[in-house]
Design a protein around this ligand. Structure first.
Ligand SMILES: Nc1ncnc2c1ncn2[C@@H]1O[C@H](COP(=O)(O)OP(=O)(O)O)[C@@H](O)[C@H]1O
Ligand SMILES: [Mg+2]
Length: 759
């Protein structure tokens, strides 16, 4: 039997600022949660709110308390009161490889391997007519506890990442066989998202934010609103100290083009943004790869501290150094998806000694083991003997433990609810919000913040990023101004003659399609952010819809500037009609086409996998839009089987709108008297002759046509160009609506394209 006491500063690790104490409960609340035996999960999570309210209630720091387990004889056994056990058994995961890639499919005599997954000496265990199955994980079992680091080791390609993905629920339902359970209860996906974090192998960070800002934004996303600003700040500062990032706090992350923090520091920032909400389960894929041994050691040291604060840390390591080995509590060695060793680092020598390959004293234990496994993989029998030996060794260890524990083996068999409850009272699980819905499953808080807060935070981050890279906007503005300048000088002060009308049409067609082309720069924006977005939304940092809205909000100011610049440069220089109101509409329609084009390109960036492919598609589609806009061929002359594309053409609407803006003055004249002969073979005859011709035409037609008679007004030109079906304001509205439509499609692409799971 064990009793629970509260001790001062009893953690063996000397944190400068133990951060989770920020969430410390008063003793009354702790008693409250301890006595409630049969709480539902929803009720438990309500306690999170109570904790948070208390935590944010008074500004004074509560003294540092830790709950400890003390056994009857007074010996401190473990520095943790909340035993979480993540157990996984018989995990098997296989993928189908297309027949083309399969060499073994050529040999039909291997067909007897089908179904022999457990004993196959190689991962290729089955084959069908057109697909071969490759087993990436083969019957893997194990256990990880809070306070400990479990490391997955193995050569490259042995299945480490796959195993971590399997444990982190990142493999699509139904594909993974076997069970993963926390304290004996199967993990619901929603709950897992709240209590866990996954640190990817690559550092996906915004290069222009400082370390402190990066962590602050993470805190704003993942910590609940009920937590005061000062508490969030304190959490960030504590985390900076805990991660050893104090010296780099004000440095930007940096990238290829900008000097920034070092690789080790970047790694720790990556870890920091995922542990900001103090997850119970922390998964990391090769957190030390690519780091020098000191940085790698510091990273694992940080992980050890996180584990000892009551988390389960599961990570994969490629090749741990001797010092890192000392920080690991459990290890699983994989070879081609099979377990070849599982146990503590200290048991490793005896394991291999009994297997008949004792580890020489001078060798690094893990290096020896990995080398041996590689040798076995290359040998004819494969690692089968080692896998079998491990199995018997495991059952032997189990037997020993059972006789040792003598019936009280399930001593710390806390249920998941109890464990989470106890964890909450210790200040864990701070990402939980206070959702007091009646339905228990919907009470699991999905997002820490409401919609509008998320939009605000996302927009703030986006603006900070653009402010740090003013050259990007400068280049866009420069491009638009150069185009405007060239157009302004090319089409300088067009007159109202028939030639001038032709040139105006050309100017409008070109200007309206140029606005679309200049929006292609929106393409890399999301492509760059996509993986950051996926990482953040995979664990519910914010809603996808918030991202959508903030993406549009942050794009708009730049578009307003660009359209204003373009409209101002060209409107008077070309000599367009309509005065102030004409300019206002001209500006609005350019803004609308920028908006529609930007949305269209943004949507493309959500579906294309690569920038270059994106540009190719944008350029091609915009060219078709221009072709079908009605400038080259009028609407009434477009073949019936292509007319649908005319209505899809984004360029049609702004083009028709500016034409109407220009030519809708019913009294303005564009072809007057002898101008009727311009652009005809008679254009070159002398003026007196033209007047004579006019006179004889008048006589024939029976109407008087003098040199001042207007023959073509603006509305005639609109008629001739087939611009009759929509008013200019409707064209504007439709252009704006296209923008919203493509934003909606972009949203769908976000929903579909960011599942972040293996199939
Ligand atoms: N979708 C897939 N299709 C086929 N093979 C895959 C797929 N995903 C991973 N693999 C293979 O599975 C093995 C294990 O991959 P992984 O877990 O990434 O290894 P590790 O992280 O240990 O380097 C590798 O041989 C890899 O090529
Ligand atoms: Mg890997």
């Amino acid at each position: 039997m064990s009793s629970r006491v509260v001790a001062e500063n009893a953690l063996p690790v000397t944190n400068t600022t133990p951060y989770y104490d920020l969430m410390e409960l008063s003793s009354t609340t702790r008693r409250g949660t301890a006595s409630s035996e049969s709480l539902t999960l929803g009720q438990l999570l309500k306690h999170v709110g109570d904790v948070q309210k208390e935590a944010s209630g008074d500004g004074s720091e509560t003294p540092v308390h830790h709950t400890l387990d003390i056994s009857d004889d007074g010996i401190v056994t473990e520095p943790r009161a909340v035993p979480f056990v993540l157990s996984f058994s018989n995990l098997t995961y296989s993928v189908k490889i297309p027949w083309k890639l399969s060499f073994s499919a050529i040999f039909p005599n291997r067909r007897h391997h089908v179904g022999a997954a457990a004993v196959a000496e190689e991962p290729t265990v089955g084959e069908r007519m057109f697909a071969r199955t490759k087993t990436l994980l083969n019957d893997i079992s194990g256990e990880a506890r809070d306070g400990e680091i479990m490391a997955v080791l193995g050569a490259s390609g042995s299945g480490k990442s796959t195993l971590i993905d399997a444990l982190a629920n990142r493999i699509a339902k139904g594909r993974l066989k076997g069970t993963v359970a926390l304290n004996g209860e199967a993990l619901e996906s929603r709950l897992l998202k709240v209590i866990s974090a996954y640190v990817m192998q690559d550092d996906l960070l915004f290069p222009m934010l400082t370390v402190e800002e990066t962590l602050t934004f993470a805190a704003e996303f993942r910590l609940p609103r009920s937590l005061s600003k000062s508490k969030k700040k304190a959490r960030v500062q504590a985390l900076i100290d805990q991660l050893g990032l104090r010296n780099a706090a004000k440095t930007v992350i940096g990238d290829e083009g900008h000097r920034g923090v070092s690789g080790g520091e970047r790694r720790r920032v990556s870890i920091g943004i995922d542990i900001i909400h103090d997850p119970i389960l922390l998964f990391l894929d090769e957190p030390t790869s690519g780091l020098d041994s000191t940085s790698a050691f510091m990273v694992v040291k940080v992980l050890q501290r996180i584990a000892q604060s009551g988390s389960i840390v599961i990570m994969s390591v490629h090749q741990p150094s001797y010092r890192i080995l000392g920080l690991l509590d459990r290890m699983i060695f994989l070879s081609r998806g099979q377990t070849v060793y599982s146990g503590s680092p200290s048991q490793l020598p005896s394991f291999f000694a009994e297997f008949g390959h004792p580890i020489p004293d001078t060798d690094n234990k893990t290096e020896f083991a990995l080398d041996l496994i590689r040798d076995l993989e290359g040998s004819p029998g494969g690692t089968k003997s080692l896998v079998e030996f491990n199995k018997s060794w495991q059952s032997m260890i189990k037997l020993q433990n059972q006789t040792l524990a003598n019936g009280v083996s399930e001593q710390n068999g806390m249920s998941l609810k109890e464990a989470i409850s106890a964890s909450i009272s210790r200040g864990k699980l701070v990402s939980g919000a206070t959702n007091t819905n009646a339905n228990p499953s919907s009470m699991v808080p999905t997002f820490a913040n409401p919609f509008f807060i998320e939009i605000g935070t996302l927009s703030k981050r986006s603006f900070t990023n653009s402010r740090r890279t003013p050259e990007l906007f400068g280049i866009r503005l420069g491009a638009v101004m150069v185009t405007g300048f060239i157009l302004a000088t090319m089409f300088w002060q067009l007159d109202n003659s028939p030639k001038g009308v032709q040139e105006r049409l050309g100017f409008f067609a070109f200007a309206m399609s140029t606005t679309f082309y200049t929006t292609a720069d929106a393409l890399p924006v999301f492509l760059q952010e996509r993986y950051i977005f996926m990482r953040e939304t995979a664990y519910n940092a914010y809603r996808r819809s918030s991202y959508l809205v903030s993406h549009a909000i942050t794009a708009l100011p730049a578009l307003v500037f660009l359209s204003l610049a373009f409209a101002a440069i060209t409107f008077w220089a070309v000599g367009l009609d309509g005065g102030a109101s004409g300019f206002a509409f001209y500006f609005l329609i350019i803004l609308a086409s920028f908006w529609a084009g930007n949305s269209f390109v943004t949507f493309l960036s959500g579906v294309v996998p690569h920038v270059m492919l994106g540009y190719t598609i944008v350029v091609a589609i915009l060219a078709y839009f221009l072709l079908f806009s009605g400038f080259f061929i009028n609407r009434d002359r477009i073949p019936g089987y292509w007319i649908w594309f005319h209505y899809l053409s984004l360029v049609k609407y702004p083009y028709e709108a500016v034409l109407q803006n220009e030519f809708d003055d019913p009294v303005k004249c564009f072809v007057k008297g002898v101008q009727i002969f311009d652009n005809t073979p008679l254009g070159s005859v002398p003026n007196a002759m033209k007047l004579k011709l006019l006179e004889s035409m008048s006589n024939t037609l029976g109407t008087k046509i003098t040199s001042s008679t207007c023959l073509t007004t603006g509305s005639d030109i609109l008629q001739q160009n087939g611009v009759t079906d929509l008013s200019k304001w409707n064209c504007l509205y439709i252009t704006v609506a296209w923008g919203f439509f493509f934003r909606f499609l972009f949203y769908l692409s976000l929903l579909v394209g960011s599942k972040n799971k293996r199939r």
